[in-house]
Ligand binder design. Structure first.
Ligand code: FAD
Length: 527
């Protein structure tokens, strides 16, 4: 028996939960999330939310900063819409009970981040995302119209095309990770709020849930995806076997941190006059080059020349985390590597979050709205999640109900339990490593071609495995990861220029005309 609801939300980060709270005012909402509700990228956000609040700031400045970062590919109307809504969204966060730091005068404390021309980032210490996640989870838990199903992972979206109609989404098959049962959830509107794709790369600042499931599921039922080659790499993620994914804020370089090789030599002077203070993409590229040249595992971020009390006071959480791993950042340089951080592209949407398929919406990091263009301005993504979840919650009210009279339950077929889980682990590892080496920070035609050949072999293997064995969470994620890797490779292959985050040795210059790379499945579903 299918579970029926008005709105099915896939993901419990800022976008999914803000949508759920607003949509619950006019319908029943089921939120599914593949692990615990706070296992999200949102929970790890450090810096904060960008909004025009200072007297010396203006909407025009924020718009301009976003357009400059986006390197010719932002959609101006989307940028203006988000920027203009910024102050109202900060007020909504406060209304939801989110604590934000204030200055001595009692006004919101505004941080400044790379490429912002003014102070405009509201924050809670250096753990803003954790505070937002806390407030949203609390609000959702007490709402009578919202059901939260944790440990539930969406497997595939339901499409009317399977029932003889035009492609339109009416829900999803969902695996209950605790029991292994695949449930059918039917909804008037299905909201992808499934976050990013960082796990496609071996080094990432993202938590384990960021496997691009939303992009893969949407693509498989025919929705258009856009600009997936623009992957933002953060230059400084802690390199330590016991600490995967721990980000070292850009503010550390802002406060005087210096990048060094293992020998102690500095190297950024060979890349940019601003040395260690150069922008995120330039520093990431420089580190990548040094690591490729030397074969070393990491470079080092050195804070030891700064006053220990200042370092500990300014970066309390980072200092504590490093110390727990045996690194006293006031005495030892910190080993760092660049890492995949943010996906600028995603499932193509309009200003209401609607995708190219009726019944299917995408919000937050999994969506392509046109805000980020070829490079995201720091702290614009939490804002984007708030803005478009709000707009989608208003739009779904009018979504027509389209569903077949009988919905086929999930077919377990002849699938047996896999006794070869090692295959999943090895394929997973292989994809993440070659994506890092070939379709990472610095690309070339040859590297992209190599990656393209490998991913097709692996996708065939994974498809066979998928048909033969009972699905598990790991297998679902691997299948999605492989498809997203394929889409990133394909998007990168089509871009014959270097622009924003896409840098290729074969086309170092930018073309005169800025174009999006949109991809849509045309000849039948393929996993
Ligand atoms: C370390 C770090 C620091 C950051 N700092 C900032 C910052 O300071 N400012 C800023 O603006 N942005 C920042 N970002 C980016 C920002 O945090 C994210 O872009 C944003 O939180 C994404 O929100 P979301 O709701 O779209 O997705 P997420 O918060 O990632 O939530 C996605 C949800 O979808 C669920 N999910 C995924 N697939 C499935 C599936 N198949 N079935 C069921 N559930 C599924 C996940 O479990 C999760 O609950 C940072 C990101 C990281 C990683």
């Amino acid at each position: 028996m299918a579970l029926e609801t008005d709105y099915l939300v896939i993901g419990s980060g800022i976008a999914g939960l803000n949508f759920a709270l607003l949509a619950a005012e006019h319908g029943r909402v089921v939120v599914i999330t593949k692990k615990a509700p706070a296992d999200t990228n949102t929970n790890w956000a450090q810096g904060g939310v960008a909004a025009v609040l200072a007297t010396d700031d203006s909407f025009e400045r924020h718009v301009e900063d976003t357009l400059v970062a986006g390197d010719g590919l932002c959609d101006r109307a989307t940028v203006e819409l988000c920027v203009n809504d910024g102050p109202a969204q900060v007020q909504r966060l406060l209304d939801l009970g989110v604590r934000l730091d204030r200055n001595a005068a009692g006004d919101l404390d505004l941080g400044r981040e790379g490429a912002h021309s003014r102070h405009r980032v509201v924050h809670w210490e250096d753990v803003t995302g954790r505070e937002i996640q806390r407030a949203l989870v609390t609000a959702v838990a007490s709402h009578a119209n919202i059901t939260m199903l944790d440990e539930h992972i969406a497997v595939d979206l339901l499409s009317m095309a399977k029932y003889g109609g035009d492609a339109a989404c009416f829900g999803a098959y969902v695996l209950d990770r605790r029991t292994g049962e695949v449930k059918t959830i039917v909804a008037r509107a299905t909201l992808l709020a499934s976050g990013g794709t960082g796990k496609v790369y071996v080094y990432t600042s993202n938590p384990d849930v960021a496997t691009g499931d939303g992009v893969a599921m949407a693509y498989r039922i025919g929705a258009a995806v856009c600009d997936l080659e623009f992957v933002q790499f953060h230059p400084t993620v802690l390199y330590h076997p016991m600490a995967r994914n721990f980000l070292l804020s850009e503010a550390m370089r802002g406060e005087g941190g210096v990048l060094r090789l293992a020998s102690g030599e500095t190297f950024m002077e060979h890349y940019h006059p601003m040395k260690s203070l150069a922008s995120r993409d330039i520093v990431a590229r420089a580190i990548d080059n040094e690591l490729k040249k030397s074969g070393a595992d990491s470079v080092f971020l050195d804070m030891t020349h700064l006053a220990p009390a200042f370092v500990r006071g300014r970066f309390p959480n980072i200092a504590e985390r490093c110390l727990s791993l045996g690194i006293d950042i006031t005495k030892q340089p910190i080993p760092v590597v660049p890492a995949a951080h943010y996906m600028c592209g995603g499932v193509k949407t309009d200003h209401t979050g609607a995708t190219t398929l009726p019944g299917l919406y995408a919000i937050g990091e999994c969506a392509f709205t046109g805000l980020h263009g070829a490079n995201r301005l720091a702290s614009n993504s939490l804002l984007e999640g708030m803005v478009f979840s709000t707009r989608a919650a208003a739009a779904v009210k009018d979504a027509p109900r389209a569903r077949p009279s009988q919905v086929a339950p999930w077919s377990y077929g002849g699938a047996t339990d896999s006794n070869d889980a090692i295959v999943v682990a090895l394929n997973w590892d292989e994809i993440r490593r070659f994506m890092w080496s070939y379709v990472g920070i610095v690309r070339s035609n040859k590297r992209i071609e190599r990656a393209g050949r490998r991913i097709e072999i692996l996708r065939d293997e994974i498809r066979e495995y998928y048909l033969d064995f009972k699905i598990t969470s790991d297998l679902i994620e691997l299948r999605n990861l492989a498809l997203v890797a394929h889409l990133i490779i394909e998007s990168a292959r089509r871009r014959k220029e270097s622009r924003g985050l896409h840098y290729t040795l074969d086309y170092p210059d930018k073309l005169a005309e800025a174009r999006h790379s949109e991809i849509q499945l045309t000849n039948g579903p393929r996993g």
